[in-house]
Write a protein that binds this ligand. Sequence first.
Ligand code: ADP
Ligand code: MG
Length: 344
Amino acid sequence: MKIKRKYIAVLLVATMLSGCAARTAQDTVKYTELYESTIFAMDTVMDLQIYGEQSMLDEAEELIFGLERLLSVTNVNSEIYRLNHEGRAELSDDTAKLLEQALELCERTDGALDITIYPAVRAWGFTTGDYRVPDSGELAEILENVDYTGVSLEGTSAALPDGMEVDLGSVAKGYTSTSVLDMLRAKGVTSALLNLGGNVHALGSKPDGSVWRVGVRDPESSEMIGAVEIRNEAVITSGGYERYFEQDGVTYWHIIDPSTAAPARSGLVSVSIISENGTLADAFSTALFVMGLDDAAEFWRESDDFEAIFVTEDDKLYITEGLEDSFTPLGRFEDERVEVLRRD
Ligand code: ADP
Ligand code: MG
């Protein structure tokens, strides 16, 4: 109720400021009818909820399937497949833009995110499900070709050194939700919620002006560890227990440390990132998992464009201070102490 009143107050101020702003205020309630669908794309289930028109839902689905065709590492017709197998490719604007953003995010995380990790992901069997533990000699050989600074991108022309392969799987869904919401925003939509395989991204708030309340999954069960209130933001989680196998009592998961080519063992079991930038949230959920709690907290302190939730192997829950008012612990953390990470 309080939020709603604040919302109306903002509209009133906007109306008083100029005639143009008044038109914007009317636009904010233009679409109130919900169109929704569930599709399977990018190897996962996606739920789309759009307060708009049927044609917008159709366009959103086409956009997602189009990006899937461009970015897939396994589809022989995709641009990434061509780049990986021919060593060079002329890319569409979309693929080039995502590759450029991904390389910037690799650099910003100092290589904790590395899109050339693909040969390692494959060696452990995560691309096919034929899981195996490669020996140290094999991992050392793979590591020779893991280095995002070797990727060349000039305009839309990309090239890779011999033996190097890229995989945009760690950022593709965040980029996709951002692209869909940009398209909807340009058409005047002010309320939409996308759930791309657990990666949730909201446009605006609910049509009544209230925030979206999004559950954050517990990586070790089907329960929630908490709920976070968002508007215009993405909530993206990377968890060790999302895709993993066990051998001789050891768990191996699909998030790989680019410095070892082996599953990241950082003391974390899940990282959720909350940010207006979906691509960044997707990238950082993976990268901060690799960094571990201390380095990740330091990285967050030096940043101003995201908040984070961490669950550790010893069952502690940490949130960054920007979430203090919007996060509620649930499930096994409901009565537990939540540690708040602060900037100073
Ligand atoms: P998911 O796609 O399962 O939601 P993530 O966003 O965390 O999870 O992405 C993990 C995927 O990214 C892995 O399946 C693998 O293909 C790739 N990957 C794993 N480790 C890294 C890394 N350190 N840097 C970049 N990509 C990675
Ligand atoms: Mg990710």
